[in-house]
Design a protein around this ligand. Structure first.
Ligand code: ARG
Length: 461
């Protein structure tokens, strides 16, 4: 049986050079699109029958045969053949092997250009949904931590210098927000991916009386792409999805970096679950945060993938160009990487213990209450710049005396401003400082409580 690609028609006087076949095959990576390819073909075959282009019997035979091919692929008994270039040709040739001329009719009013675009749109849509589920799992893990770590106060940093105290829940909620924006970006990207391009054929459409609306409805698309020439070359939805994945990676890498620092002896803020750590082959005491390091490191693949895709499509003329075949490698890799990172992040968030004694023992270091004290003076009528100057001097004195702000005497305070009285001590100390916060979005306990219930409602169901 001649297994050379069905796309190699009568215009060729020689079979393809083996080196060209090896160079141009994509089945080694686009085999992953088999489900989407089969779904697309079945919808197409049904439509062709509805339109009287195929008979109902031919369409049924095609659909049935495609289901059997899918089962064989899933069972691992389907022989992929690199001579047949890609997933489309592998499936189509198998159909032809099975059904002869009936199989040869499936590619009516269709090109591999609209076929790959449709397969990719379906695949991106499914992948967005999977990433969205994983992001929600991670958000739920953060919300559970809010309850587990109620009343824990953490030092928060700017420039990696101690800045102000926050509730641990406020910290967990910060990540919920970041990953919520990621979900919003994915939902937005999904809208543009979720349009049907099948029926745009090679680049100009078809002269045959197809019904694109039927195919779109059959495949669950929300609408149709409107210009065949544009659609044949359009990979914006791939770029957008990998951009969304890149931002998720960046969020994960920041979190990973923070926790790598926090797990050091120097910080001593948390203990990672040992089943997520690895050891050293020479230093017996080492418990290394490799999952976090790899989460940080693997973001390079995703961000690099986005770069590859942008360069790939830059300056491509309309419409389809074979360059586009290369889009799948960074797309699949970005998805696989982020999926794996998220699958590990959730149990890591759930299983990590905050070392509250260690955190508390150093919480009064670093003058986390200085800004609250400044705002207290502002509430008493002092201009902000004057209060800022005064508290700066107070901090300097406390640093010299090696004490905290609450350990300075009233006489010390009065040496800067004779009108100060005992009431300043009410806002000193990290705990009092946290309770003093009021503004919406702040770490004030009432605000944080309201945020936790908002998130719980949001993530329910
Ligand atoms: N394997 C190809 C790709 O991924 C499918 C489309 C091929 N189209 C063509 N006209 N050669 O882009």
């Amino acid at each position: 049986m001649n297994r050379s690609s069905p796309s190699r028609g009568g215009a060729f006087d020689k079979p393809v050079d083996q080196r060209v076949a090896d160079f141009s095959e994509s089945i080694s990576f686009d085999y992953r699109l088999y489900r989407q390819d089969i779904r697309g073909s079945q919808a197409h075959a049904k439509m062709l029958a509805n339109q009287g282009i195929l008979t109902a019997e031919e369409s049924e035979k095609i659909c049935h045969s495609l289901t059997l091919i899918e089962q064989r692929i899933e069972a691992g008994s389907f022989q992929f053949d690199s001579q047949l270039e890609d997933i489309h040709m592998n499936i189509e040739q198998s159909l032809i092997d099975e059904l002869g001329d009936i199989g040869r009719k499936l590619h009516t009013a269709r090109s591999r250009n609209d076929q790959i675009s449709t397969d990719l749109r379906l695949w991106v849509r499914d992948s967005i949904d999977r990433i969205d589920e994983l992001l929600q799992d991670l958000q739920r893990a953060f919300i559970s931590r809010c309850e587990a770590d109620a009343n824990v106060i953490l030092p928060a940093y700017t420039h990696l210098q101690r800045a102000q105290p926050v509730l641990a829940a406020h910290y967990w909620l910060a990540y919920c927000e970041k990953f919520e924006r990621d979900r919003g970006r994915l939902a937005d990207c999904r809208k543009r991916a979720n349009l049907c391009s099948l029926g745009t054929a090679a680049l100009a459409g078809t002269t045959l009386p197809i019904d694109r609306d039927f195919v779109a409805a059959e495949l669950g698309f929300e609408g149709l792409v409107q210009n065949s020439l544009d659609s044949s070359s359009d990979r914006d939805f791939v770029l957008e999805f990998v951009f969304c994945l890149s931002v998720i990676s960046i969020h994960l890498s920041g979190w990973a970096e923070e926790w790598i620092l926090w797990s050091t002896t120097e910080f001593d803020f948390l203990e990672l679950p040992h089943e997520f750590c690895t050891g050293s082959s020479i230093m017996p005491q080492k418990i290394n945060p490799d999952v976090l390091e790899l989460t940080r490191g693997k973001s390079a693949r995703v961000i690099g993938g986005l770069q590859s895709l942008l360069v790939l499509v830059k300056a491509l003329p309309l419409a389809y160009n074979r360059d586009l075949q290369e889009d799948k490698i960074p797309l699949f890799e970005a998805f696989d990487t982020v999926r794996q990172c998220l699958e590990l992040a959730t149990p890591l968030v759930a299983g990590t213990r905050l070392k509250t004694d260690s955190i508390r023992s150093r919480l009064e270091k670093g003058f986390l209450d200085a800004t609250t004290l400044m705002e207290f003076l502002i509430k008493r009528g002092m201009p902000q710049r004057a209060a800022h100057q005064l508290i700066g001097q107070v901090v300097r004195l406390a640093t010299e005396k090696r004490v905290t702000l609450s350990e300075l005497s009233l006489a010390d305070y009065q040496s800067f401003d004779a009108s100060l009285d005992d009431s300043i001590y009410d806002v000193l100390g990290t705990s009092s400082a946290v309770f003093a916060f009021q503004s919406l979005g702040s770490t004030g306990p009432k605000r944080v409580e309201a945020q936790i219930s908002r998130w719980k409602t949001r993530l329910e169901g």
